[in-house]
Design a protein around this ligand. Structure first.
Ligand code: IMP
Ligand code: MG
Length: 175
């Protein structure tokens, strides 16, 4: 799936200088794997485009529910400053309400990017959610709390290689 996403992204953005922005911490595994595929395509193509990377950290969850405030850490993002031709691609782990992404997007508007594309590994199917949709989606998943592959529950389980649904018992234990 990541390989396929890399191809779609390069097809749409591949002729510009891309700034790939990883949304930490949950996005780091997906970001690293997807970027490997993007790099490979970039090297094998007839023209190669410069890709720079940057990181932003967001914290919005405590236990399995959203906290009131969405904190953006590391917003200086010096690679974004003073670029008049900024093509940004944002790499996010999971989208539930879309609140986190919308907060980040409004912050990034200050840098006046020419184009912003959001890539999310997972999108949750939630009830009664007006439905923010990212530009690229890895997988749609049921409305369950998932961990692993850098996604956490109170900082636990990021080290799992696979993604799995967290049991109620585990939620209690790691509260
Ligand atoms: P949103 O703002 O409601 O879209 O929530 C997105 C953020 O909440 C993600 O960046 C994650 O950090 C966190 N999140 C939401 N659902 C899950 C989940 O099932 N597992 C782990 N983190 C989640
Ligand atoms: Mg988290």
């Amino acid at each position: 799936r990541t390989e396929r996403l890399a191809r779609d992204i390069m097809q749409d953005m591949g002729s510009h200088h891309i700034v790939a922005l990883c949304v930490l911490k949950g996005g780091y595994k997906f970001f690293a794997d997807l970027l490997d595929h993007i790099k490979a395509l970039n090297q094998n193509g007839d023209k190669s485009v410069p890709i720079t990377v940057d990181f932003v950290r967001i914290k919005s969850y405590c236990n399995d529910s959203l906290t009131e405030k969405i904190n953006v850490v590391g917003e200086e993002l010096c690679t974004l400053n003073g670029k008049d031709n900024l093509f940004l691609s944002l790499f996010q782990d999971i989208i539930e309400t879309g609140r986190t992404m919308e907060a980040l997007l409004s912050k990034l508007k200050e840098n006046e990017p020419k184009m912003v594309k959001v890539v999310s590994l997972l999108v949750k199917r939630t009830h009664g959610n007006p439905g923010y949709r990212p530009d690229y989606i890895g997988f749609e998943i049921p409305d369950k709390f998932v961990v692993g592959y850098a996604l956490d529950y109170n900082e636990y389980f990021r080290d799992l290689n696979h993604i799995c649904i967290l049991k109620e018992k585990a939620k209690e234990k790691y509260k």
